[in-house]
Write a protein that binds this ligand. Structure first.
Ligand code: ATP
Length: 888
């Protein structure tokens, strides 16, 4: 392995036979062939066979195998065959589910994988991080993730956080100087950058020297298992519940076994029955249904511009009660256009600048020079604030690139949202001038002189008052105001923060960035949904308040405060006042963490947006960290659990609605599975306690549990959002999904179905035992299929729309078809131990199976009518509806 830190930038370029223009297409191809993709080796994915075999590790399958052995022992060959068929079918289904879920997670991962900028053939390209090769010229800017190891060949104050490699939490300053020593620690290789680190400041050009497993990260990385995701809290909660339930069921099974023995049923038959009951009652499908519903839900959300990086965010989204959002680009369009400018003591339209006037000329030139963006043929590259300035220069047919060529940049201090300033040094007007632009209030304090058409003079109190008043006037109209100033230095040097003082004021440029059309509606939706929307912005308080008022975030009685005011507040004060604060202006990323924490201490679930490199800690602290897909830095995307591909606030609100819907669907699917199982257990317990013949043959229970149960549950999981979903209040995260009310509902519904199963059994017993159990089995199976419709939502089927979920009809149709095959095909009849029924008995089965659904629907209709249903509007919602109208 070469030590590139001891080679000069030129030597390294020569080693890879490349210039700063980057690799040619052929070089790239050949390097890709030699070195491969820039990826860390992943743990090998399990093969289909491995996944298939792993299905047999399940507790349920073990029980089934025991059942098959007992069947064999009792000479019941058909049953044994059925059980084995069921085991294999179950394993196939499990395997398919595994790969489906993995596929959908992989496609989400591909959507959120990092990109990086490289020069190839002299052109700057954005490429996927896995597609960079040694020899590529990498462009690093503040907020980027370093995706490979490289030697710095151009450096503009680059600072990098290498904590993932060195453990050092402070950022390190990088340099281009060659290092003489032979052996030095990673942290001292100041002219190198390493994969896995974050660019926190500045810019640099880097030639890539190592990719994939030959990076320093690759050397220390243990094989990464990227396919497995940790269980979500809901999944963990359900797993825990399932285990406890399994214990309770086991106790019931032992009771049933003892009762059977007591009633002198042969031991093996009793055992077989107890085992089948366990299979029927253990809700083994719960966890996989949750995974499927989550996976399907996240696919839908990705189509609606919200990429979910961590499955647990879906659950969190459903319970969000606070959304803290950036202003620029998220609530506004981020399409800036220069409006008024204040220069030479007058406020004029930007397009009417007189370039003969030396101050106005300085203003436009500084706007072009202290600027990294370009705009050509409608293609705008760079920060929209800066693009607006370039577009202004085009109004005067001035080409930004030729001005930048005439007055080359000799040094710079890049913009960062903490400092809120940007400075560049140029040889201009035969002098060395630092041009600085930035936040009005930050720059104003550093101004000592003012440039007017009469010359430069000391700035007076009056001058300052005029500037302050103008800023106020412009900001009140929601305009963003940038201040421009310059300062002369004796000779060209590297710039330091000390240089950003003692300025000469040039002027103010204001720009308009209208709110997105959908923002006001989304804000109103938030309020209806019991979610408090909060604006957190680096912009000026007056500008921020004006926009916040327009879109309904800042309402009567709400406050807007600045970062400085926040600093002065004690934790107690903030805690007491936070509910009234809707706008935080001039904040730096550190403030965001404090705001999130304070809300969290109040038990709220906070979603927070962020785009900058310094936003990462706040995004991690928030319950749901949301990064901007278009304008966000790679660092922020890395830290977030959700990425918005359209940077739009309205998308967050949509994602919250989707999160709530997915949670409800999961809850309904659980209700379906558990109430169905409960009905089976109650029926069996009844028969055992009443010393009646066996109500179900073991194969009946297996049939219901494994063949007709999962489809309706999945169909319930695909239920679309109700229109009024956002009228519900946010879910309390402390409340378990399995609340007392919920378990009571499950028990009541299970009980109703069980009653009619028992009635069918009683009718059948009048003919003989076989007809009794066939009728009980068919009624239970059908009633559960009907029950699939009841579990689509809390409201009656008429409110939900009878035909709005075609999957539930497909699931129902398939189940009914299976049942009829078993009832009527002679070979299957024998296999599944069903007796021949006459048309009266068949009619009774359908009638008795349908009645529970009629009863449950009547209860729902009554609840809908009296408003007892939790999903109908409550008086509080109606008040908020009025608010919504006021905002409109
Ligand atoms: P938000 O925090 O809502 O996303 P923002 O763009 O206002 O939006 P920052 O990017 O942190 O937040 O900008 C803070 C302030 O810094 C702005 O109000 C502006 O005055 C100034 N500013 C923004 N961009 C630049 C820039 N490219 N150069 C110099 N100053 C800038």
């Amino acid at each position: 392995m070469q030590n590139y830190f001891s080679k000069s930038a030129e030597e390294t370029l020569n080693d890879f036979k490349v210039t700063k223009e980057g690799l040619s297409d052929n070089q790239f191809k050949s390097n890709l062939e030699t070195y491969g993709h820039n990826e860390l080796s992943e743990k090998k994915k399990a093969t289909v066979l491995q996944v298939f075999l792993s299905q047999f590790k399940d507790l349920l399958v073990c029980i089934l195998i025991v059942a098959a052995i007992i069947s064999m022992a009792t000479g019941n060959v058909e049953s044994t065959l059925v059980i084995f068929a069921v085991i294999i079918l179950n394993a196939i289904l499990g395997t398919v589910q595994h790969f489906k879920a993995e596929q959908s997670l992989d496609s989400l991962k591909a959507l959120s994988s990092p990109t990086t900028k490289v020069f190839r053939n002299g052109i700057k390209l954005e490429v996927n991080s896995k597609d960079v090769v040694p020899g590529d010229i990498l462009v690093l800017e503040s907020g980027d993730l370093v995706v490979a190891d490289g030697r710095i060949i151009e450096n503009y104050s680059l600072q990098v956080n290498e904590s993932s490699l060195t453990g050092e939490s402070e950022s390190v300053n990088k340099t281009i100087e060659t290092i003489k020593e032979e052996e030095i620690a990673l942290g001292d290789q100041k002219n190198m950058v390493f994969s896995g680190s974050l660019v926190t400041y500045g810019r640099a050009l880097v030639i890539i020297t190592g990719t994939g497993m030959s990076t320093e990260l690759g050397k220390i990385a243990t094989l990464m298992d990227q396919t497995q995701e940790k269980k979500t809290p809901l999944q963990a909660n359900l797993d825990d519940f399932s285990k406890k339930l399994a214990m309770a069921i086991l106790a019931i099974c032992i009771l049933v076994f003892i009762l059977s023995i007591y009633r002198e049923v042969p031991i093996l038959d009793s055992l077989m029955f107890a085992v089948a009951l366990a299979v029927a009652a253990i809700p083994e499908a719960l966890s996989s249904i949750v995974t499927i519903v989550l996976a399907v839900g996240t696919q839908k959300m990705a189509k609606e511009h919200a990429i979910i990086k961590k499955l647990k965010a879906v659950e969190g989204l459903g319970s969000v009660s606070i959304i803290c959002s950036d202003k620029t680009g998220t609530l506004t369009q981020n399409k800036m256009t220069v409006n008024k400018v204040y220069v030479d003591n007058k406020l004029i339209d930007g397009t009417t600048l007189n370039l003969e006037n030396s101050v106005e000329n300085y203003l436009l030139k500084s706007a072009i020079l202290c600027n990294d963006s370009t705009s050509k043929d409608g293609k705008e590259i760079g920060d929209p604030t800066e693009v607006a300035l370039v577009n202004l220069s085009h109004k005067f047919t001035i080409d930004e690139l030729s001005v930048r060529n005439d007055f080359k940049r000799l040094a710079e201090l890049p913009f960062d949202s903490d400092r809120k300033l940007m400075s560049t040094l140029h040889h201009f007007d035969d002098k060395y001038l630092i041009f600085t632009k930035g936040a009005f209030d930050v720059l104003l304090d550093r101004i000592k002189f003012i440039k007017t058409s009469e010359g430069v003079r000391k700035i007076s109190y009056e001058d300052k008052q005029n500037i302050i008043n103008t800023n106020k006037q412009l900001s009140q109209n929601g305009l963003r105001v940038l201040a421009f100033a310059y300062k002369e230095v004796a000779e060209p040097t590297e710039l330091t923060l000390e240089d950003e003082h003692n300025y000469t004021f040039i002027g103010l440029i204001s720009m308009i960035d209208p709110p997105r059309e959908e923002s006001a509606i989304a804000v109103a939706d938030c309020i209806t949904a019991g979610i408090k929307p909060i604006m957190i912005t680096g912009d000026h308080k007056i500008t921020a308040s004006a926009i916040a008022k327009q879109i309904g975030i800042l309402r009567d009685g709400d406050r807007a405060i600045e970062g400085l005011e926040l600093d002065k507040m004690s934790d107690e004060e903030l805690n007491a006042n936070i509910e009234f604060i809707s706008v935080y202006a001039r904040v730096s990323p550190e403030h965001k963490i404090r705001i999130v924490r304070t809300w969290q201490e109040k038990g709220q679930v906070v979603a927070m947006t962020g785009d900058g490199v310094n936003d990462a800690p706040a995004l991690k602290q928030a319950d749901i960290g949301i990064a901007m897909g278009i304008t966000g830095t790679e660092v922020s995307k890395d830290a977030a659990s959700v990425i918005l591909t359209d940077d739009n606030f309205a998308t967050i609100v949509k994602a919250v609605a989707n999160g709530r819907n997915i949670y409800n669907n999961i809850k309904n699917a659980i209700k379906f599975l558990l109430s169905g199982n409960a009905s089976g257990i109650i029926s069996v317990l009844y028969a055992s306690l009443m010393a009646l013949p066996m109500i179900f043959a073991p194969v009946h229970l297996l049939f219901i549990n494994l063949l007709t149960d999962s489809l309706p549950a999945i169909a319930i999981g695909t239920e679309r959002s109700r229109k009024d979903l956002l009228k519900d209040k946010p879910r309390n995260t402390n409340a378990s999904i399995l609340s007392k009310d919920f378990i009571l509902e499950i028990a009541v519904e299970g009980f109703i179905i069980a009653i009619f199963t028992i009635i069918a059994f009683t009718i059948g017993l009048k003919y003989d035992n076989a007809i009794g159990s066939t009728m009980a089995f068919s009624t239970l199976c059908l009633a559960r299929l009907f029950h699939g419709f009841n579990c689509r939502g809390n409201r009656s089927i008429f409110k939900l729309g009878l035909f709005t979920n075609r999957y539930s009809w497909m699931a129902f149709g398939t189940g009914v078809l299976f049942l009829n095959l078993v009832l009527f095909v002679p070979f299957l009849k024998k296999l599944f131990e069903v007796a021949t029924l006459n048309s009266y008995q068949i009619g009774m089965i359908y009638l008795l199976a349908f009645i529970p659904t009629v009863i449950i629907q009547i209860i729902k209709i009554i609840q809908d009518l009296i408003g007892g249903n939790k999903e109908t509007s409550s008086p509080q919602d109606i008040k908020i509806e009025e608010d919504k109208r006021n905002i409109a």
